[in-house]
Design a binder for this molecule. Structure first.
Ligand code: NAP
Length: 343
């Protein structure tokens, strides 16, 4: 019998669930015939997860290293037990199973996986280095890609670390491309972050010349950087957890109209109500943030009587990887920004 294409044959506990929902999976680095074995170089830890680990360890690299080691060895995958999120990896293909769906993938190819680390079996040998600036972790280890797993061959014209950081959030700008329309008001919460700037870029492209893009950033330095890119009509500075304060600012700059589309790309908890209050009735609130609580969003929207469409930020949308990498070929400013920040 061919092993399950979704990887359930590697689930240890609890039985019956898929690997993402499992507490523990089997990360033995020997593949079944429909899997791929990858020698991993770098993990790009999801921002909400990395933020949680940093806080829990007070930025102490030794403690962070130990915490990540414990997570991976206990669960067989790099899934933060609090945020439940993962991240992405890049590495070199070591072996391709004879039944894997894409036989163009060959030993020695450099790839980024497009499925979350929260479901990817990971056998850790060592953690070499943790970069607090980029959320990237250099490791020695092997990962398994299931038959259903998506991947992207690393393009020769872009730096690998840039590609890794961009692909981690590729679902966000690709969704903005689908959801934003000419004339819309788009509000991006966490606009100076990795996905934030990509969303502002794409929103600007979609809504102009009549629509407006509003970004919320944390501090003046982020405001200056975002301002220099020229994608936002208004850049608000504030704490996204202070819902009423942010609502009042958005209310003011939109003359009470609020946003047709609000994109939440922060990495901290308690920003659901900010997203909901700043979205106009019948508008769309898109929660890409992994720190989003379904309960807080659902009950919170009901509590304030908001008739809006609330969407969970699917990390995948068709062709999202190509779409996002093409942004760096289109925009020299974003290419330079990501090169400076993440490579
Ligand atoms: P990022 O680069 O760390 O950006 C987050 C931004 O939010 C940063 O600029 C951060 O500022 C800002 N921020 C944090 N707390 C804030 C607050 N209270 N008020 C205002 N701004 C605040 O993160 P990212 O990589 O773009 O990821 C964004 C979110 O998407 C994360 O939650 C991540 O987990 C999630 N994600 C989701 C998927 C999916 O499939 N849905 C995939 C990947 C990532 P500072 O830098 O000053 O803290």
């Amino acid at each position: 019998m061919t092993p399950c294409k979704y990887g359930t044959h590697r689930v240890i506990e609890p039985k019956g669930v898929l690997p993402q929902a499992a507490y523990q999976i089997d990360s033995t680095p020997m593949i079944y015939e429909n899997e791929v074995l990858i020698d991993v170089d770098i993990l790009n830890i999801d921002s909400a997860s990395f933020h949680q680990i940093r806080n829990a360890c007070n930025d102490d690299l030794t403690k962070m290293r130990q915490m990540m080691k414990d997570i991976i060895t206990t669960q067989g995958k790099m899934q933060n037990p609090i945020t439940k999120s993962g991240g992405m990896l890049i590495g070199t293909v070591r072996e391709v199973g004879s039944m894997f769906h894409d036989q163009t993938l060959k030993k020695g190819m450099r790839i980024a996986t497009l499925v979350s680390l929260s479901l990817t079996p990971l056998h850790l040998v060592d953690i070499l280095d943790i970069d607090l600036n980029t959320d990237q972790v250099r490791i020695v280890g092997q990962a398994i890609l299931f038959d259903s797993g998506l991947f992207s061959i690393l393009p020769p014209d872009l730096d690998e670390k840039l590609v890794l950081s961009a692909l981690d959030v590729a679902g966000a700008p690709a969704q903005v491309n689908k959801l934003a329309h000419k004339g819309d008001t788009v509000f991006v919460i966490g606009a100076a972050g990795k996905s934030g700037v990509l969303c502002c870029y794409q929103a600007h492209k979609m809504v102009k010349p009549t629509g407006i893009v509003i970004g919320l950033v944390y501090d003046q330095a982020q405001k200056r950087e975002l301002d220099s890119l020229g994608y936002c009509d208004h850049i608000l500075v504030g704490d996204a957890t202070e819902s009423i304060h942010i609502y009042e600012m958005v209310h003011r700059v939109t003359q009470g109209r609020l946003a047709d589309l609000t994109i939440n790309v922060v990495n901290v908890q308690n920003t659901e109500m900010t997203t909901i209050l700043t979205t106009k009735d019948h508008g769309i609130a898109y929660f890409f943030s992994m720190a989003t609580s379904f309960t807080k969003a659902a009950l919170g929207a009901e509590g304030v009587g908001k008739d809006i469409t609330m969407m969970i930020g699917n990390g995948y949308t068709e062709s999202h990887a190509t779409f996002t990498l093409d942004i760096f070929r289109e925009s020299k400013a974003l290419f330079d920004l990501f090169t400076r920040r993440y490579t």
